[in-house]
Design a protein around this ligand. Sequence first.
Ligand SMILES: [Zn+2]
Ligand SMILES: [Zn+2]
Length: 149
Amino acid sequence: MEIQFTCDNCQSSVEVFPSLNASEINCSVCHHTQEVKFSNDHLDGNLIDCPSCGRKDFYKQKDFNRKLGVALFIIAAIASIWTYGISLIVLWLLDLFLFSKIGNVAICYKCNTNFRDVKNMSKIPGFDHEMNDRIVYSDHDFEGKPLEH
Ligand SMILES: [Zn+2]
Ligand SMILES: [Zn+2]
């Protein structure tokens, strides 16, 4: 499992691999340290609790670069004026192709830590607005039991 923390202090991303010896991580940009707690689950690649905030509520999403997607769309849209829309079809096909190749990333609702190469990814649900609002704005803890719809 590969974990990408967000520095509390400067919002830079700090990438680490789980290790039982590590009790804190160090931001390479501002040298701020923050506590983390790894367990054997993390070493095995299973995401049960968040090593940063201890919560159990995560969602998964496709691990693609949004900015790149938007840039490609704008280029294709402009090019479609000269290509009679063919560039948009090409982009759509490219999108289908890329989408099937791209893996998932799991994200902690509470602290936005990102997790890649998660073994139990199939058990992690997609993003839920209601859960997000309740966790972020009223600090609710779902304790790993997602809302049923
Ligand atoms: Zn920092
Ligand atoms: Zn967290």
